[in-house]
Ligand binder design. Structure first.
Ligand code: UGA
Length: 454
């Protein structure tokens, strides 16, 4: 099938490259010429494991352009995957979505095109995009005859760092539209994934337990809500583990064991119960905020979602309190932070716990040393105020340090020869911000091991 993808961020690029890999003819459009040039050269503008390999495997079916005129005409499906940043009041800023929808409408010329909202948009945006498309299409003097289109929602559930696996081997596919023909088109588009009939990429074999993928085919509003409901649930699952973690610390229980004991109940499930400094990234914070904002439009409170957010910010504050408990005085102390990205395998720094922790330590008069194996280049650009505190080497982070915090559990840190560094520190306090290090081993090596809950 012929596919156009508007926007080559995480979501757009993964969607476009994956669909091209499956054999569809895909054109990706982005207004950023530099990005388009990079992609044409087979290079990936985002840090995502496997993306350049998939780009190479899918190249014959992929085109990149800055022009809607090159991308939209003839497309059976147009995915709109532009950014929807948070506005000041928490509601998503839909300017880019509006402008993308207007540009798409100016170029539509196929007998039937499904325009899919792939960005995470507030509930009701499908109707809104539909109205924009129709208004913009009506202004065209060259308006072709016999052109029909309909809007659908197809939320994505990919995780940064796992984007390709989450797209090719998903837990489910959700499509929503009030137009039955759109649902048929999307069903056809995703058949190779639903039935798992494609040949797996060489670098990402099909998991042994991969089965046919369930398809949830529903109305527009339900598909839109599924995305928010799922993200908010994952966010509150983590916050719940963190809230229990604080109680565990008080009563002398081990939160890792408590989470394991809970998670083995299949009704609960073990994933997303990992305690620590909490969630960050571009999704959970923004989506929980947007869910609360949408509910407020209906005069409805979302106390559970609000609590999940509060607990999450409290975890960051608690990390700093733990350091204060250990060091008594933070002023003048040198504290190393390992890991800046909001989670491993990405260079994304949006709402990263490390930023809050570093700023809070600086505000209390401490000195910080910051390290990340991948995100430093982006950090320099996006965080100019914190950039002077970056360390090139891990030795430099530990040297003369009063405490080191493991903020992001990069494999590189877990595999460190920890015995090498303890001797470099002024005082060997090690705060495990993710509950991933072996406490007994660290203590044997001479560290004073402390965890966020415990
Ligand atoms: C999240 C969802 O997991 C995806 O399904 C969704 O598609 C995506 O948002 C989105 O809306 O675009 P992502 O933000 O990439 O994906 O990252 P996650 O792997 O979900 O991690 C989010 C945060 O939670 C990270 O900071 C991570 O460190 C933290 N986390 C995760 C925990 O603190 N504990 C856990 O047990 C799991």
């Amino acid at each position: 099938m012929k596919v156009c993808v508007v926007g080559t961020g995480y979501v757009g690029l993964t969607t476009g490259v994956s669909l091209a890999f499956l054999g569809h003819e895909v054109t990706c459009v982005d207004h950023d010429q530099a990005k388009v040039d990079m992609l044409r050269g087979g290079r990936c503008p985002i840090y995502e494991p496997g993306m350049e390999d998939l780009l190479a495997e899918a190249a014959r079916n992929l085109t990149f352009t800055t022009s809607y005129e090159d991308a939209v005409p003839g497309a059976d499906v147009v995915f709109v995957a532009v950014q929807t940043p948070s506005a000041a009041d928490g509601s998503p800023d839909l300017r880019y979505l509006r402008s993308a929808a207007e540009s798409v409408a100016q170029a539509l010329n196929h007998d039937f095109t499904v325009v899919v909202n792939k960005s995470t948009v507030p509930i009701g945006s499908g109707n809104w995009v539909d109205a924009i498309l129709r208004d913009s299409f009506a202004t065209r003097e060259d308006r072709p005859e016999g052109v029909e289109f309909a809007v659908a929602s197809n939320p994505e559930f990919l995780r940064e760092g796992n984007a390709i696996a989450d797209t090719l081997y998903p837990d489910r596919i959700v499509i929503g539209s009030d137009n039955p023909r759109s649902l048929e088109v999307l069903n056809r588009l995703y058949r190779p994934i639903i039935n798992q009939t494609f040949t797996a990429p060489t670098f990402l074999p099909r998991p042994e337990d991969a089965n046919a993928v369930p398809l949830v085919s529903t109305d527009l509003a339900s598909a839109e809500l599924i995305k928010y409901a799922a993200n908010a649930f994952l966010a509150l699952k983590i916050s719940y583990a963190n809230e229990i973690g604080q109680l565990a610390a008080k009563v002398g229980a081990d939160i890792t064991e408590v989470a394991r004991g809970m998670g083995l109940d299949q009704r609960i499930g073990s994933r997303f119960l990992q305690p620590g400094v909490g969630w960050g990234g571009s999704c959970f914070g923004k989506d929980t905020k947007a869910l609360i904002a949408t509910a407020a439009e209906y005069n409805l409170e979302m106390p559970i979602v609000k609590a999940a957010r509060d607990v999450n910010s409290r975890q960051r504050a608690i990390a700093v309190e733990r350091l204060q408990d250990e060091l008594r005085i933070l002023k003048g102390r040198k504290i190393g932070l390992l890991g800046l990205a909001f989670k491993p395998n990405t260079d994304d720094l949006r709402d990263a716990p490390a930023l809050d922790i570093a700023n809070s330590l600086l505000a209390r008069g401490a000195r910080v040393k910051l390290h990340d194996p991948v995100a430093t280049e982006r950090f320099r650009k996006e965080q100019p105020d914190l950039a002077p505190y970056l360390s090139e080497t891990i030795d430099d982070v530990f040297a003369d340090c009063d405490a080191v915090v493991l903020v992001t559990e990069w494999a590189q840190y877990l595999e460190l020869d920890w015995s090498k560094f303890v001797g470099l520190m002024r005082s060997p306090i090690l705060l495990d911000g993710r509950h991933v290090l072996d406490a007994d081993r660290m203590r044997r090596l001479g560290y004073r091991y402390v965890a966020v809950s415990g």
